[in-house]
Design a binder for this molecule. Structure first.
Ligand SMILES: Nc1ncnc2c1ncn2[C@@H]1O[C@H](COP(=O)(O)OP(=O)(O)O)[C@@H](O)[C@H]1O
Ligand SMILES: [Mg+2]
Length: 377
């Protein structure tokens, strides 16, 4: 699978841009703030129907404009699909594949998987459990179409259940709560099973990548923690009822799940060095990439943003060799220094296109090792 072409209109700092990509490596070089990350985010958007960075779609509209539009052409199994995404202020998002609008955005998610490796990944370690649940959700939704629906339904029921808990004073809400629990239980079980299976499968991939990236003998681990791990969750739910009523929210369930990150048996957040945390996060993302590839039978697009921020040139070269040689997918990578990324790709012998971004916009400078080539497929 690869993205052949993208067209942006009023997307973040881009008024109008049209780019043809290499099925292998695509590099974006330019100074800080020119819009390298924004290109990667537009690919993320087209793939997952949302920005990697902001939850609010209007933040992706170019300042002072009313709408943005992203068009793209993905190729998979020899067939190509035209995608169209548009968002106008105060309106709902329109997402079409081959001219036909999706009924639900979740029908699109997973069709063209991507994995972003970004400095913002650090929030996985530093922030609360919601970030880590989102991490799990985003992986599973890219190979299990039913998961996202189950999750959306669970969250809706959870909100209604919490509302009952808040408003229950003075009337007997037990029957209502029973009804909710009966509906939520099978959804929670499905979500729990998927998350558990994912974590088990991610673990060995993750340890392996960590070892290769960090060149160290530290043992790293990820553990899934959930109330549903208890042998009788239904009894636990009953037990929690009076506490739920007192606190006025649902205190147990998959919405409280967490992932525990450890290095040598200690919490990665409190005990790992900055360097260890960086290796940890990249290994985690590459494990995600590896697992989605295995589940789908093809490679997601890999978006490597500011990877030089995390590692020196030798280490980045190793990472590029790790993900970039042999049979692999399409990669998008950003760097502030053209010479550095050029050097690495020359040494690895991988075909690439290089786009230079400046104040005037984007220019394709190198295509498959040829400077200023006009040949475009
Ligand atoms: N909605 C928007 N409209 C116009 N410009 C934007 C918008 N959102 C971000 N930008 C601009 O994008 C630039 C940052 O782009 P980014 O891709 O992060 O740069 P970098 O090349 O450092 O990765 C900033 O100059 C910012 O002002
Ligand atoms: Mg950037």
């Amino acid at each position: 699978m690869h993205l052949r072409h993208i067209e942006l209109t009023n997307f973040k700092n881009y008024e109008a841009v049209s780019l043809d990509f290499s099925p292998r490596f695509n590099c974006f070089v330019g100074n800080n703030g020119v819009g390298k990350t924004n290109i990667l985010d537009s690919v993320h958007y087209l793939s997952l129907t949302k920005s990697f960075f902001n939850n609010s779609d209007s933040l992706s509209i170019k300042y002072g404009e009313e709408f943005f539009m992203i068009k793209g052409e993905f190729e998979k199994d020899g067939e190509s699909d035209d995608l169209y995404c548009a968002f106008q202020r105060q309106k709902t998002k329109v997402f079409k594949r081959n001219g036909k609008e999706y009924q639900k955005l979740s029908d699109h998610v997973g069709r063209y998987p991507v994995v972003m490796v970004s400095p913002a990944d650090s929030t996985l370690i530093t922030e609360g459990s919601e970030e880590r649940r989102r991490f799990l959700n985003m992986i599973i939704s890219q190979y299990d179409p039913e998961y996202l629906d189950a999750h959306v339904r669970y969250n809706k029921l959870l909100m209604q259940r919490n509302k009952i808990l808040r408003e229950s004073a003075g009337y007997d809400s037990a029957t209502m709560l029973d009804l909710y629990d009966d509906q939520m239980l099978p959804l929670a079980a499905k979500i729990y099973d998927a998350r558990k299976e994912l974590t088990e499968n991610l673990k060995p991939l993750f340890s392996d990548y960590y070892e290769r990236i960090s060149h160290s003998a530290e043992t790293v681990n990820i553990r899934y923690r959930s109330h549903l791990a208890a042998s009788d969750y239904s009894a636990q739910l009953t037990e929690a009822r009076s506490r739920d009523l007192t606190l006025q929210y649902s205190t147990t369930g998959i919405h409280r799940d967490d992932l525990i990150f450890e290095i040598n048996g200690h919490s990665a957040r409190t005990s790992a060095s900055q360097g260890q945390q960086k290796s940890f996060l990249v290994a985690l993302k590459l494990a995600k990439f590896g697992y989605i590839s295995r589940m789908n039978g093809f490679f997601p697009a890999l978006l490597l943003d500011d990877i030089f921020d995390k590692f020196d040139e030798t280490r980045v070269e190793e990472i590029i060799r790790l993900v970039g040689t042999g049979d692999f997918g399409q990669i998008f990578i950003t760097d502030t220094q053209k010479e550095r990324i050029h050097r690495i790709l020359d040494r690895t012998g991988i075909d690439f296109r290089l786009f230079r971004i400046g104040r005037e916009g984007i220019e394709e400078e190198i295509n498959n090792g040829k400077e200023n080539s006009d040949e475009k497929k």
